[in-house]
Design a protein around this ligand. Structure first.
Ligand SMILES: Nc1ncnc2c1ncn2[C@@H]1O[C@H](COP(=O)(O)OP(=O)(O)OP(=O)(O)O)[C@@H](O)[C@H]1O
Length: 221
């Protein structure tokens, strides 16, 4: 599903990633753990095509995404990749359902054609009663579920999540973690999740530990 080879990244003299090799299989939840500053978010951004490495390549579904740019990269990202961040980044002036449908609209679909799918995803994620709410009218947990529904709307190959439960209380964090597992089990979804949450990391199929820009160890559950 995803393969990365020889990934390096520097900011000035600071070598943040020092040669990362990684493979992620379809239908796998991989968590990325490690101390603050180890390079976790930088790696996730590069794997998710939001940033480019200094050296090395990333392939997703046999496409060398590190060679894509401009419209081709934007289209690949929109159609094949889902993102979930700590702060959900929902657009405040749109309803929850419109937010969920947004990546499909960007892909050129009409709202009327994707509304039903958006509604179904929201029901699946237990926020079906919130479709017409604005993000500010929803709880933190509901907003994060809404962001996950948005990540799912284009049936992505892989979802990248950066501290998805970082802003949630422990009850909401637990149910979000359960949701990742359900999506893997019932929809064959693949996740790469940067987290400091050990419970979430433990529920992953593999825990990847980073230290100072390298993968220090890999733990398979
Ligand atoms: N745009 C940037 N410019 C300069 N330095 C950066 C930039 N982005 C990240 N860094 C530095 O790169 C290093 C790795 O950052 P990164 O965000 O990947 O770490 P992390 O492991 O995700 O940390 P955290 O757990 O605190 O989020 C840090 O020392 C950070 O200060």
């Amino acid at each position: 599903m995803l393969r990365a080879k020889g990934i390096t990244k520097s900011y000035g003299k600071l070598n943040v990633l020092k040669g990362i090799d990684l493979e992620i299989k379809a239908n796998e939840i991989v968590s990325i753990m490690g101390a603050s500053g180890a390079g976790k978010s930088t790696l996730l951004q590069i794997l998710g095509t939001l940033d480019t490495p200094k050296e090395g390549s990333v392939w997703i579904d046999d496409v060398e995404v590190t060679r894509l740019n401009g419209d081709k990269l934007a289209q690949f990202r929109n159609e094949k990749i889902g993102f979930v961040f700590q702060f959900h980044n929902l657009l405040p002036e749109f309803t929850a359902l419109e937010n969920v449908c947004m990546p499909a609209l960007i892909a050129g679909k009409e709202l009327d054609d994707v509304k039903e799918k958006g509604q179904k995803l929201m029901e699946l994620l237990n926020i079906g009663h919130r479709t017409e709410h604005k993000p500010s009218e929803m709880s933190g947990g509901e907003q994060q579920r809404c962001a996950i529904a948005r990540a799912l709307i284009n049936d992505p190959l892989i979802i990248f999540a950066d501290e998805p439960s970082g802003n949630l209380d422990s009850e909401n964090a637990k149910s979000l973690h359960q949701l990742f597992i359900e999506l893997r089990d019932n929809f064959n979804q693949t996740f790469v999740i940067v987290t400091h949450n050990r419970e979430l990391a433990k529920n992953a199929d593999r825990q990847l530990w980073m230290r100072d820009g390298i993968i220090e160890s890999m733990v398979t559950e």
